[in-house]
Each structure stands twice: as structure tokens, then as C-alpha cells.
Unconditional design. Structure first.
Length: 93
């Protein structure tokens, strides 16, 4: 689930293959400020699709001339980023 909390977008539940498309589309639709922060503190499960979603949000923002930042990334997301060698590409807040 994705919810606009005013100063950030709160993401909760799983960030896995089954929800990837829905999360990507819902999050991309909420990128309206010059900098949007996605708070992942309530994400319960992550697989490699989670990286795809995060990078998708970043691409959607860039197309609009905006920036996306990720706060409170789950440990699994950071581990997967390290495994794939893309840690430095994560737009961490």
C-alpha cells in the first residue's frame, strides 16, 4: 500500500514481484513535488523486484525533472543492492 503523508510517501506491505507493477504505478502517480521521499520503514518483505520499483520511481521522477529519495530502506533491499552491485545508485535520503 502507498499513502501520501504530506511530507513523504509511506509504503507498506510487501515490495515483491506480485505487487511490483501496482507499487510502481501508484508511487509514480504520487511524484508531484520537486523532491519526493518514499518512506519504506513499513515494508515487510522485499525481493529483487523491490529494486526495480525503486529505480522505476527514480526514472519517473527524472522524466518530470524531479528527484526521488528513499528513507528507511529495509535491510533486504540494501543486501540485494549490494549483491547486484547497485548500492551507489540507490537514491537514499
Amino acid at each position: 500500500m502507498i499513502r501520501d503523508a504530506g511530507d513523504r510517501i509511506e509504503v507498506s506491505g510487501p515490495l515483491t514481484l506480485g505487487q511490483a507493477r501496482e507499487m510502481l504505478e501508484a508511487g509514480s502517480a504520487l511524484i508531484q513535488r520537486s523532491e519526493t521521499v518514499f518512506d519504506l520503514s513499513q515494508v515487510q518483505e522485499v525481493d529483487s523486484s523491490g529494486l526495480t520499483v525503486v529505480f522505476g520511481w527514480a526514472r519517473a521522477a527524472k522524466r518530470q525533472g524531479k528527484v526521488v529519495r528513499i528513507s528507511n530502506p529495509p535491510r533486504n533491499l540494501l543486501s540485494l543492492a549490494a549483491l547486484y552491485g547497485v548500492t551507489e545508485l540507490l537514491p537514499l535520503a
